[in-house]
Design a protein around this ligand. Structure first.
Ligand SMILES: [Ca+2]
Ligand SMILES: [Ca+2]
Length: 390
């Protein structure tokens, strides 16, 4: 067997050598070509947790600040720098200190924002996970001041695990919402595996229609419309999907799901999928040695990592790199860890390559602009970085 493995290895090396492009063009462990540049010199932020390029306003960015403000950054008009202005500010609960997972957590532009100016925000307020729709004024960089239209508020029993990313599906135009299991530890109410609970889920709703007495409608192809779960549920068994995104090229939904004691994971989220929590943590039974994880059909992570210096304590999902097509990182998922600030490039086949790390910012989010540039930010830094060297 050993010899056979050796032959396979040598054969693999020959095949690799025969590929177009030199070995230096391939992503290698500890890749140092990646560097981190201040994306907006002279402009600072308070606990940034999201960046998005404003539709209809090229080179203009919207940034969420966890304590409740939304900022706009645009070229200062002198060609030398950037200026910041406030888009809106919301009263939220928490999110002002390290370790506080509450506050203003999610934002999405409506796919038709440049024309209809609608946007969506997700925040924690008074022990509720709140999703609301707002409308910008005609400048597209300032809220209109019209009252928010509340789409839902879900009672949330504990301050932690509030999920918080929002995004519209690039192919279906429906709004996806990632929601944590409620919090505490171990999912004490079993929300993750309860398909009738909205906590511990990916949800999918149609914000352009209203039906069944709700301020939104349910897409006709959601997976549990036969009564086997809440109609909003798209996928279940999540613990705390802290940051996820759609691959702009393929529509794949990549998510980080924060672990309990042992494993952090990255998942590819599919319709109706069970991602295991709290019967599984990553690719291991939960609790350790338990037997409750024999459930059929559980979808294993694309990648899981443990609690050491090369791993981390809390995954922050990221973005699929779609910048330069010639880059060795093209089509890989760029993500990191809040605790260690490690950053990786991950293939769909589950191969993770560590990249150079940013400063110790407490990574909270990776976001891409319309050119595929990747930005990274953290709650412990007032600077947003652009990753260079892809
Ligand atoms: Ca919670
Ligand atoms: Ca899982």
């Amino acid at each position: 067997m050993r010899n056979r493995n050796l032959i396979a290895l040598l054969l693999g090396m020959v095949l690799l050598a025969g590929c177009s492009g030199s070995a230096e063009d391939k992503a290698v462990p500890g890749d140092t070509r990646i560097s981190y540049q201040d994306a907006f010199p002279g402009v600072t932020f308070t606990r940034p947790v999201f960046l998005g390029e404003v539709p209809g306003k090229p080179n203009t960015f919207l940034i969420l600040e966890q304590p409740g403000a939304i900022q706009i950054v645009s070229p200062d008009g002198k060609g030398t720098g950037w200026s910041k202005s406030e888009f809106a500010r919301f009263e939220v609960t928490g999110g002002e200190s390290d370790g506080d997972e509450r506050g203003l957590l999610g934002f999405a532009f409506h796919p038709g924002y440049a024309a209809n100016r609608k946007y969506y925000v997700y925040f924690v307020k008074a022990s509720q996970d709140v999703l609301s729709e707002g409308v910008a004024d005609t400048s597209l960089i300032k809220d209109s001041g019209a009252p928010l239209r509340r789409l839902f508020s879900i009672p949330d029993p504990f301050p932690n695990h509030n999920g918080g990313t929002l995004a519209f599906g690039p192919k279906d135009g429906f709004l996806y919402i990632g929601i944590g299991d409620g919090g505490s530890a171990g999912d004490p109410f079993g929300n993750g595996q309860n398909k009738n609970a909205l906590l511990g889920k990916f949800l999918r709703i149609d914000v352009d229609s209203q039906a069944d007495g709700k301020p939104y409608a349910i897409p006709a192809d959601n997976p549990f419309l036969d009564g086997s779960g809440a109609p909003e549920v798209w996928a279940y068994g999540m613990r705390n999907p802290w940051k996820w995104s759609f691959d702009s090229a393929t529509g794949d939904l990549w998510a980080g799901d924060v672990g309990q004691n042992r494993l952090e994971e990255v998942d590819l989220i599919e319709k109706g999928g069970n991602y295991g929590w709290n019967a599984w943590e990553g690719n291991q039974c939960y609790p350790a040695g338990g037997t409750a994880c024999d459930s059929n059909g559980y979808k294993f992570p694309v990648y899981a990592y443990g609690r050491d210096a090369k791993g981390g304590i809390s995954v922050t999902g990221g973005v699929v790199y779609r910048g330069k097509p010639a880059s060795p990182f093209f089509g890989t998922f760029i993500f990191g860890d809040y605790g260690t600030n490690n950053v990786w490039s991950l293939t769909k086949a589950g191969q993770a390559s560590p990249l150079a790390k940013p400063p110790a910012i407490g990574i909270s989010s990776f976001n891409a602009d319309s050119h595929g540039n990747v930005y990274v930010m953290g709650v412990n830094s007032d600077t947003i970085y652009r990753m260079e060297g892809f």
